[in-house]
Ligand binder design. Sequence first.
Ligand SMILES: Cc1ncc(COP(=O)(O)O)c(C=O)c1O
Length: 435
Amino acid sequence: MRRRIAMLGGTTNLGDCIVALRYLLNPRRLIDGPEIEKYEDAFAGKVGVRFACSFSSARVGIYGLLLALGIKPGDEVILQVPTHIVVPNAIRFAGAKPVYVDCTLDTYNIDLEQIAKKITPRSKVLLVQHTFGIPVDMDSALYLARRFGLILIEDCVHALGSKYQGRMIGSFGKASVFSTEETKTISTTMGGMVATNDEELAAKMREFRSCCQSPQTGLTVRYLLKLIVYHFLTEPHMHLFARYLYDKIGNRHPLPRPVSGEESRGMRPVRYEQRLSNAQAALGLRQLGRLESNLEHRRRIAEFYRSKLADPFYNPPCHRRGAEPLYVRYPVWIENRNTQAFFVSAPHAVLGTWFTSVLEESVSPAVGNYEEGSCPRAENVSKHLINLPTHPRVKMKDAEVIASEVMSMFGRGAGESEKSSKTVRNKSFGIRSAS
Ligand SMILES: Cc1ncc(COP(=O)(O)O)c(C=O)c1O
């Protein structure tokens, strides 16, 4: 039977589903319990820092960090586009102003050469994002932070397991932020972690966390159910049908979504600051136990995509000497992405659409105070990028098929004739690709 690879899933296993089910059947330790501390300690160990503090999502971690660092209304936080709308939201909710810097086209990371001209007396934080898991040139980032007196924070949401000069990404800045939302390297459906070596900052983060709301039982139950349901529906043989159904149902399904309507409009949701539940921590801890094989798998699959899609036509990502990227997804530049062919999925896999806007998932970048035209490369990226899955369910054979599908749908000459885009449409199931 035909396989179809989902963009998410692949990081959970049957054992995780059984553990989730156990928490659902015996909810005594659903919200609070000892797994949270164990998970945080294990996470800090993986990143190679002394402290880690969990939250309901990475965005809440960024928000809490800015408060803990004493960021005041009117202070400026320098960050890159493309990024996700929830990042500038966290900055704005903390009272600060996001100042956007364009990305480079070889790494999709912040263009460090443009930082000097964005500095003002209000500049306080440099938030660098290791996009797709590609490490930022941390020597230069640390140098710039020192030179301009900025606090360096790492957005490692895509980059669990990436390294720079042999050291784990996330251990360079004053603090770093990770996500375990369902599309990331490991999944607790939703979840975030702040990691730091700074004891005082860690204490402040814990203090902030103690002021956050306790996770709601109903929502935690739905997160666990979602993890179980997605585990099965994203199984490659099931996904062929599941995705079809999902697209038919659209947004009417009852499972919780990672981004609320308010957040997409740049507004603060009512229950924003929340802690992570004990049950989700237990699931994160289990997946951390398998992290090495997860990372090794992603490394091999990304390496394969790199070898197949090495043609400069696909703008294969480059990284600095000493950087060891761990691709949560593999980015591919598609010259003719605007053809209709893009808006149907490849038959064998759902193609990822991260960064089809400079502020991903915003109703408009303007809601995050982004000024159109100010970062032309990032705007160009938003018109040309797709991303390919690297998660543990992608077998080498799948990667081969996915790479050939990309080449036949979008390679040199493809999509120029109406005929080829029609062929693609006919071959597919009329399903829109999604992140
Ligand atoms: C680059 C980046 N940073 C931060 C976040 C926020 O992560 P979370 O969904 O855990 O809040 C996202 C969300 O996908 C992201 O893409």
